[in-house]
Design a protein around this ligand. Structure first.
Ligand code: DP6
Length: 366
């Protein structure tokens, strides 16, 4: 059994900050695992879109209007324990130690997996995010992919990552990208059943190493959940068609920039794509604006660094927080500059691997 105590003694000698982040995750299991239950622990990283998914060609299946490209983060994501037992009389969900009242979205995924496993066992899910939740930093992507993986493995379902990604996508579109390593593409696909609408890794993170900073200017959940904001934009924004057309071009341009390791083009494409998505939202009726004044302080700083020829760029999801990317050579300079803005949190990481079993051994070896 994983407890805070045995982890603390395990890492007693460690001083590294990432280990401290990991110690916090012990808080996620408020309830001890029952001896007779079927359980599994998983970790899934957050992924940040460089070319954004913002529009659905099929709402029920979460099929996108265009392809998207993301980076998988190494250190930030969701730790989830899924436990099935005949002793449970109802399904229960806990997030960051608190009981979740509304888990209507997540239960769809659990039900699909229960059906595949031909079981009616109830589940207890305990999950922990080691970064701000619902603040536009893709916590639903990491949460849903971790849940899908942990439940499938707890039920002994032998499903490929591709299949798990597809199941997870139906509940949270962007979560389908978290399963894979480094730079990930999620193809739009053409078929009505979504069978060709799949995500996979384009290249590993080490192909084009990047430092990623999550600049948290606001920790509280965003005012409009992504699903609502997306459908509202699609329904009411006169710019929506142009947004989709441009994103299709950006998708192709981005893959070229990645293969050529061309940071200048990379920066230009991700910033343009980000601004176009937000412009499209702002043109909705009524308008949808996720930014806060501090959001622009961060983007302004990045633009001034760019004017001083520092290779750095940013993107913003559906929230006020900013994700800053740069090559490893300039990470110290960029970090120092971002610190001067005094954000609520300044988290730093690199690109990493997708959804996996959470195991203590892995930590030990790092
Ligand atoms: C701005 O995946 O949260 O982060 O499919 O409706 O659950 P649903 O939406 P979600 O949307 C993410 C939107 C985004 C861009 C992206 O991650 O590509």
């Amino acid at each position: 059994m994983l407890t805070r105590q045995n982890l603390q003694s395990f890492y007693r000698m460690e001083k590294r900050q990432d280990i401290m982040t990991r110690l916090e995750v012990c808080a996620w299991e408020k309830h001890q695992i029952l001896p007779s239950s079927q359980f599994f622990r998983a970790f899934s990283p957050s992924n940040i879109a460089l070319i954004k998914y913002w529009g659905k060609r099929d709402v029920a299946l979460n099929l996108p209007t265009h392809g998207s490209i993301s980076v998988t983060l190494k250190d930030f994501g969701s730790y989830t324990t899924a436990e099935f037992s005949e002793h449970f009389t109802k399904d229960e969900f806990y997030l960051n130690g608190t009981t979740l009242i509304d888990f209507s979205k997540a239960i769809k995924t659990v039900d699909e997996l229960r059906k595949l496993a031909q079981t009616s066992l109830r589940v207890r899910v305990q999950s922990y995010n080691n970064f701000p939740t619902a603040a536009g930093l893709a916590s639903s992507a990491s949460g849903m992919s971790a849940l899908t993986y942990a439940c499938a493995r707890a039920l002994d379902l032998n499903l490929s990552l591709e299949k798990l990604s597809e199941i997870s996508r139906k509940t949270s579109g962007s979560s389908c990208r978290s399963f894979f390593d480094g730079f990930v593409e999620w193809n739009k696909g053409e078929l009505a059943d979504g069978s060709d609408c799949v995500a996979h890794s384009i290249v590993e993170g080490k192909h084009f190493p990047l430092q990623v900073f999550l600049v948290v200017v606001q920790e509280k959940p965003k005012h409009h959940p992504s699903t609502d904001g997306m459908l509202h934009t699609q329904k009411t924004s006169p710019f929506f068609e142009a947004w989709v057309k441009n994103s299709e071009k950006d998708f192709i341009r981005m893959k070229k920039a990645l293969f050529e390791k061309d940071f200048e083009s990379f920066s230009m494409i991700i910033q343009e794509n980000c601004f176009r998505m937000h412009a499209c939202m702002m043109a909705s009726s009524p308008p949808l604006l996720y930014w806060e004044p501090q959001t622009l302080l961060v983007t302004g700083l990045i633009e001034s660094l760019q004017k001083s020829s520092i290779p750095v760029c940013f993107t913003i999801d559906a929230g006020p927080n900013v994700v800053v990317l740069c090559p490893p050579e300039v990470r110290r300079t960029v970090h120092e500059e971002l610190k001067k803005l005094n954000p609520m949190q300044l988290l730093s990481t690199i690109l990493g691997s997708g959804t996996r079993a959470y195991n203590l051994q892995e930590w030990q070896n790092e």
